[in-house]
Design a binder for this molecule. Structure first.
Ligand code: BDR
Ligand code: CA
Length: 313
């Protein structure tokens, strides 16, 4: 199998970090062309720092990391230190990165890569607000038909919202950007909270990470220890949801996920429901499907895959 060329667009975040580790641990399936950082869970300077910390943790300091947009298209930035801690990567003690941040802006890297790679050969994997991707699509509309697929974490239908009663964090932070992406005509696969709230790091699953006995295994277990306190308090759930790794797991093992090809629109206007993904799950409108909206995950298979891959780092 030829590895799939991807760009991870991200705002690390402990769960983003695990997604990056999963990608770097899977070179047979994934060729990571670069990591583009965006403001989201924490401001841009920290997401660009955290992405590099994670690459170094994986032993891959040659990975190209780019800084992108430092604020959403139309509104001020909303961050999530209440979930991820002050640095965005609270939990393990990890050294400051020494690998360089690339000089090029993330949006220029996205545009250049998509224009020079053969058409349909690059998949985008957004794990944060969609500001970088929307900016690239707006500035260079010719790249849209060149993107193989966008596989993203964001939105919710049955789970509704986690940052407001109606909206999931990534979409809520930049709904205008999300609207551009969902209307771009690019094939979309969406991992909403409906899936990721089933990818829970229970005690035994976290012990399996720790039992790897490696730096990576311990760091992931400590990230999860930190990250889970929020969900335990809020939802009383069994552990932290590993939202973003679902995107990468889908590329490696799509059979672990199931969903529906439906229409999804983004609410940008209403003060009450801004950032809502209005998903026509029951197909009650005649709006054309624009997204493969996932609804379920084989959680044990997902954690087996993740643990087995992390053991390779
Ligand atoms: C999403 O928001 C962030 O806090 C996580 O990293 C994930 O991408 C979940 O709503
Ligand atoms: Ca994220």
């Amino acid at each position: 199998m030829t590895p799939r060329k991807i760009i991870i667009d991200t705002d690390p975040g402990q769960d983003d970090a695990v997604a990056i580790l999963l990608a770097l641990a899977s070179p047979d399936e994934i060729d990571l062309l670069g990591i583009t950082c965006v403001a989201g869970n924490v401001p841009l300077d920290l997401t660009a720092r955290n992405a590099r910390i994670v690459c170094e943790l994986a032993g891959r300091p040659g990975t190209r990391v780019y800084a992108g947009c430092d604020r959403p298209l139309a509104h001020s930035l909303v961050t999530a230190e209440h979930v991820h801690g002050k640095t965005g990567l609270d939990g393990p003690v990890l050294p400051e990165p020494t690998m360089p941040l690339q000089d090029m802006h993330a949006v220029d890297f996205l545009i250049d890569t998509l224009r020079t790679a053969s058409a349909g050969s690059v998949t985008l994997c957004p794990l944060g607000p969609l500001t970088n991707i929307a900016t690239a699509l707006t500035r260079a509309p010719d790249i849209a038909p060149r993107i193989d697929e966008i596989v993203l974490m964001g939105g919710a239908y049955f789970e509704v919202g986690n940052i407001t009663p109606a909206a999931e964090f990534n979409i809520y932070v930049d709904p205008e950007a999300a609207q551009i992406v969902f209307r771009s005509g690019v094939p979309l696969t969406v991992m909403p909270l409906d899936v990721t709230h089933k990818a829970l790091v229970t005690g035994p699953r976290n012990e399996a990470f720790r039992a790897l006995g490696s730096r990576v295994g311990r760091a992931v277990a400590e990230m999860t220890d930190f990250f889970e306190r929020f969900d335990l308090e809020k939802y009383g759930s069994e552990g932290a949801p590993l939202h973003d790794p679902c995107v990468i797991a889908y590329l490696i093992a799509p059979h672990l996920f199931s969903g529906r090809h439906i229409n999804v629109e983004i609410e940008t206007v209403s003060a009450l429901t801004r950032g809502m993904t209005v998903a026509d799950w029951w197909r009650v409108t005649d709006r054309a499907p624009n997204a493969m909206f996932m609804g379920d995950i084989h959680a044990d298979g997902f954690f087996q895959l993740l643990t087995e891959r992390l053991a390779r780092l």
